[in-house]
Each structure stands twice: as C-alpha cells, then as structure tokens.
Design a protein around this ligand. Structure first.
Ligand SMILES: [Zn+2]
Length: 115
C-alpha cells in the first residue's frame, strides 16, 4: 500500500490535516504574513521571521525520513499485529535500516539536539 507515492502528496495531506485550507505559522500562530517558499511544504512567517512547515513543533521536525515514508511507517506500526522490526520496516520503506534517533524525535533525541 502506497497511498502517498511522492513526498509532495504526503505534505499536502499533512498540511490539510493540520491547517485546513490556509497555512498559519506553527511557531507564532500568525496567518496573515505567511508566504510559501519554492521548496515544497516550506513557508516563511513575516511576524516571527522564521521558516516553518506543517510538522514544525512535532516529533517529525528534526526527522531525516521523508514525510511520505514516515506516514507509511506509522501505518505499518499501527496495523502490524505483532509489531514490526526496524529491519522489516526499512525493507517495507525501501530505505536503510531505521535506527534509534534516526526517524524522529519520538524515538529518541540524538546527542547534541535540543530537548
Ligand atoms: Zn510566525
């Protein structure tokens, strides 16, 4: 099952879930001075003068795995009856093995990251 074959589709889905129809800054909450940037899913806030995206402030913020793969991983984790190993997860996602602290902050903070 590949509901989001591209990262752009996953970003659009995640944005719709978090914001509805209009993006607003995930740092300060402003929605009037928000401008999209060329990179998909990235925005600039004129109030707090910082970049943000729909997953800023979530455990995915410092993740290294693309959003479409992360959503698919969450699906696999929730539907696997007996759990799933990190090796099996990496095979399903067609990526290298996901180790502790690699995929998101929910797994663990890598050393040196803000906590
Ligand atoms: Zn802001």
């Amino acid at each position: 099952m590949r509901r989001f074959p591209t990262e752009a589709e996953a970003i659009a889905y995640f944005e719709k879930l978090r914001w509805g129809d209009e993006p607003h800054c995930t740092r300060c909450g402003a929605d009037d001075m928000v401008s999209p940037k060329p990179r998909p899913g990235r925005y600039w806030c004129g109030h707090c003068r910082q970049h943000f995206n729909a997953w800023t402030g979530t455990p995915l913020e410092y993740g290294k795995v693309k959003l479409n793969k992360w959503i698919f991983a969450a699906y696999l984790l929730m539907t696997a009856r007996k759990g799933i190993s990190s090796l099996q997860l990496s095979k399903e996602l067609s990526t290298r093995q996901i180790r502790r602290g690699t995929c998101c902050t929910a797994c663990a903070w890598p050393a040196g990251r803000p906590g």
